[in-house]
Write a protein that binds this ligand. Structure first.
Ligand code: ATP
Ligand code: MG
Length: 235
């Protein structure tokens, strides 16, 4: 579904991604793990068109998208839930969700999507008219995910959805990610919570200072001493 070939991405003179290659097959949950500053968010931003690779290719369903505008990439079926949620604080839950469908014209389909999102996140339905800025952190994460789903993505990019959430809520968010995947959406999940991420993923890539240093099946990586020591607290 997605094939990234040897990309280099820069912020001015600073090179944040160095020859990164990876792929995602349709139907998978793939996780990207790595320390602060490794380049995880940069990779998601490059896929969703917020950043352009200086060299290399991003192929989505066989088509090069490395030079396309972010909006065009959403239209092709890739939605990005950024780090830190970024909901529109002065708009209601419902208005935020509607914004997620801004590129769609099919009114009936949008209604259906809204229904599905409220089924997935009953908490959002209870808070339909509430201003988003007054939601809890967990509820804002649900809203950010729901808003991305309103575009009916084929590939969902999630940047640290569990950040700052209480353990019980983290569990709930991960369950929902699995549900979204079972319903047919491919997921690329960036996480610092490597334990949880590996537990739901098919495959994983480990990023260190702009490079992929390890990749493999999630179960293999979970068992590897290198991963245990560096990312799973040595357990
Ligand atoms: N807007 C920017 N301008 C300059 N450098 C940046 C910018 N954004 C990120 N960087 C640098 O690029 C590198 C990768 O950052 P990135 O945000 O992708 O890391 P990350 O793996 O997502 O980290 P975190 O886990 O802290 O979110 C870091 O060295 C960072 O300082
Ligand atoms: Mg990040």
């Amino acid at each position: 579904m997605l094939k990234i070939q040897d990309i280099n991405v820069y912020y001015g003179n600073i090179q944040a991604l160095k020859g990164v290659s990876m792929e995602i097959n349709q139907g998978e949950i793939v996780t990207l793990i790595g320390a602060n500053g490794a380049g995880k968010s940069t990779l998601l931003k490059t896929i969703s068109g917020l950043l352009k690779p200086k060299q290399g290719e991003v192929l989505y369903e066989g088509q090069s998208i490395g030079g396309k505008a972010a909006q065009a990439i959403v239209k092709l079926g890739i939605s990005h839930v950024p780090e830190g949620r970024r909901v529109f604080a002065n708009m209601s839950v419902e208005e935020n969700l509607q914004l997620g469908a801004f590129l769609r014209k099919d009114k009936e389909g949008i209604k259906q999507e809204m229904k599905k999102v409220y089924e997935l996140f009953p908490r959002l339905l209870e808070r339909q008219k509430q201003l988003s800025g007054t939601l809890s952190g967990g509820e804002q994460q649900m809203l950010a995910m729901g808003r991305a789903l309103m575009a009916k993505p084929k590939l969902l990019l999630l940047d640290e959805p569990s950040m700052g959430l209480a353990p019980l809520l983290v569990k709930q968010i991960f369950n929902i990610i699995e549900e979204i995947n079972k319903a047919g959406t491919t997921v690329l999940l960036v996480e610092q919570n490597a334990n949880m991420a590996l537990s739901i993923a098919n495959r994983a890539y480990v990023v260190e200072t702009g490079r992929i240093v390890l990749s493999g099946n999630a179960s293999e990586l979970t068992a590897s001493d290198e991963i245990k020591n560096a990312y799973l607290g040595g357990h």
